[in-house]
Design a protein around this ligand. Structure first.
Ligand SMILES: N[C@@H](CCC(=O)N[C@@H](CS)C(=O)NCC(=O)O)C(=O)O
Length: 216
């Protein structure tokens, strides 16, 4: 008898903050309901979710329901459940360092990419790619190269962790807007290619919803 909960990921029908969670679930080959809610339904749904925001992960078992808000809490919970949080304490620490770094970049990116509209403020987008992105790209490249020096393919170790899916999604999201933004940064490009080639990820990428920026 399976003890896996039934999972439902509730978010808007975009990649946004839910996409690294979807990537991790795809890699773990874990079934779940990917509930993309129409914007028109949001005002009533907002009142029913714990922090009034999405994404939210709902896990249902015969014993009851676990409802988790906050994308990073969801991602790290699933990483622990599926053993994608590092093979030992050193790897877990490295995964957290990378995830926190990516979160800083992502927070800045969300501001220009999603608010107040889809890439509506060209000056803010240009400033992000000029003043913010290069700094984080250098930090992430340094962290990845330290990992490569230890013989590891991924940010924390020799197997992917939550931090890799978060980094992948955030870097890819930047590349969708400025395709050349990783030119000359071979280790980051190699990392993205390696994640993309993981069979369950390749399968997911072939069928996922279109880029958020195709709606811009
Ligand atoms: N720190 C939260 C932020 C969540 C968040 O800002 N969600 C947005 C969508 S990306 C939202 O729910 N917006 C609608 C609202 O706040 O009413 C997370 O990472 O999950």
């Amino acid at each position: 008898m399976s003890h896996d909960p039934e999972r439902e990921l509730v978010y808007f029908d975009i990649r946004g903050r839910a996409e690294s969670i979807r990537l991790l679930l795809a890699y773990a080959q874990a079934p779940y309901i990917d509930r993309g809610i129409p914007r028109a339904d949001w005002p009533s749904l907002k009142k029913t979710v714990p922090l009034g925001q999405v994404p939210v992960l709902v896990e249902r078992t015969p014993a009851g329901e676990r409802v988790i808000p906050q994308s990073q809490a969801i991602l790290r919970h699933l990483a622990r459940v599926f053993g994608l949080d590092g093979a030992n304490e050193d790897e877990r620490v490295r995964a957290d360092i990378v995830a926190e770094t990516v979160l800083e970049l992502r927070t800045a990116w969300n501001r220009v990419a999603y608010n107040p509209g889809w890439l509506k403020d060209q000056a803010a987008t240009d400033a992000h790619f000029r003043d913010v992105f290069p700094r984080f790209r250098a930090t992430l490249e340094g962290l990845l190269e330290q990992s490569e020096e230890r013989g590891a393919l991924y940010f924390a170790g020799s197997a992917p962790t939550h931090a890799d899916f978060f980094a992948f999604d955030t870097l890819e999201s930047h590349r969708e807007v400025v395709p050349s933004c990783l030119d000359g940064h071979g280790s980051l490009q190699r990392f993205l290619d390696d994640i993309r080639a993981l069979p369950p990820i390749a399968d997911y990428l072939a069928r996922r919803r279109p880029s958020d920026f195709q709606r811009a």
